[in-house]
Design a protein around this ligand. Structure first.
Ligand SMILES: Cc1ncc(COP(=O)(O)O)c(C=O)c1O
Length: 360
């Protein structure tokens, strides 16, 4: 860093490194099974006739269409630049820098901690139990917390969160913290949504995205669902023009009745492929499946995970190494791809095992 930058930079940013997103780690590759994206690429068209104008802060048709899709009132919803912006806005709106904390339950999605750290907000960690359920006692014994992040289904373990556990957490923090349920992968386990509980819990917040089942990771469009007072507070912090006009047009189209039917069909296909991939990985002697498969990925443990990862990368097959996450030593996460990609992955694993002399 230059001397000027060294002198000026926010002190709390000095120890931080940029988030190692899947796309930052590997820019090349042929098969991308490392970011839990959809294998489907759907076609959209945009109308550029209004591109000389600033867009609406919260485009009406996107708000209305998503509210209808999710079964909430449009006033209970905010559109953001991906669910990641929702995470950051929640922290900036409800935590005072240098003073307040969020609570996370690792192993889990990395952006909760990164966003908090960049905002100089503390991160309290209560590890998941060995079976990846919530450590309720640990969570309820943690004080001075303003926002609790719970990912369900959890990334990278693919596990759901039991209803009774979440109810306990919501009740425990009823008067002291927001409980944010990150439902980025909810379409793959649709009946587990917490959307119907919004009316019962003023402290419940739900995060959603178009990046996963909707096959629009490149669009950067997400949603925060909550009761009106929470949404109104977040509106104080969101940028004036957060949703670019082309994003709004495509998001509104993706949320039409016809395209939601297509979404359901694509989710079915991915869930069927997930079962096939899971069965095939489970049959490999030295592999142990880890967690559950409620999302669009499979997690497994393998003693030679580092060597296998390097081999797959050398063949342009990108998956995600999770072995640095707490309690996930030697674990690799594979996004469910197209049937061809999944077959290629299984073929490469087979090849690697024969080269290293593993039994068939
Ligand atoms: C659990 C979870 N939440 C949020 C996100 C980010 O979603 P978005 O692309 O909408 O920012 C991801 C992306 O991988 C995720 O896994």
């Amino acid at each position: 860093m230059s001397k000027l930058v060294d002198n000026l930079i926010n002190n709390n940013l000095i120890p931080l490194k940029p988030y190692e997103s899947a796309r930052r780690l590997y820019s090349g590759g042929q098969d991308w099974l490392n970011a839990n994206e959809s294998p489907f690429s759907n076609h959209y068209e945009v109308d550029s006739s209004n591109f000389n104008r600033y867009p609406s802060c919260q485009p009406d048709d996107v708000v209305e269409n998503y509210a209808r899709y999710a079964g909430v009132n449009p006033k209970q919803l905010m559109v953001t630049r991906g669910a990641d912006e929702g995470i950051e806005l929640l922290i900036r709106t409800f935590c005072t820098p240098g003073q307040d904390n969020i609570l996370i339950c690792p192993p889990t999605y990395g952006m909760y901690a990164i966003s908090a750290e960049t905002c100089d907000v503390g991160v309290k960690k209560v590890l998941l139990n060995d079976d990846f359920s919530l450590d309720i006692e640990g969570i309820c014994n943690t004080d001075n917390v303003n926002v609790v992040f719970i990912c369900a289904p959890n990334n990278p373990t693919g596990t759901p969160v039991a209803k009774s556990q979440l109810q306990t957490v919501l009740n425990h923090f009823a008067n002291s913290a927001l409980v944010v349920v990150d439902e980025a992968y909810i379409e793959f386990d649709a009946q587990s949504t917490w959307v119907d509980a919004l009316a019962d819990y003023p402290n419940l917040v739900i995060l959603r995205t178009l990046s996963k089942a909707f096959a629009l990771a490149g669009l950067r469009c997400g949603f925060t669902l909550a009761n009106e007072p929470v949404i109104n507070a977040l509106m104080k912090v969101i940028a004036p023009y957060p949703i670019p006009e082309p994003v709004a047009q495509i998001a509104a189209t993706a949320l039409s009745a016809q395209n939601i039917q297509r979404l359901d069909e694509q989710v079915n296909i991915i869930n069927n492929e997930k079962q096939r991939l899971t069965d095939a990985l489970a049959k490999i002697d030295e592999f142990t499946l880890v967690g559950d498969t409620k999302a669009n990925f499979v997690l497994f443990r393998y003693g030679q995970s580092a060597e296998l990862m390097a081999y797959l990368v050398s063949k342009g097959m990108l998956i995600r190494d999770q072995s640095k996450q707490v309690n996930l030593q030697h674990c690799l996460r594979v996004t469910v791809g197209s049937p061809e990609q999944n077959d290629r992955l299984l073929g490469l694993i087979d090849e690697f095992r024969s080269q290293t002399g593993a039994s068939k």
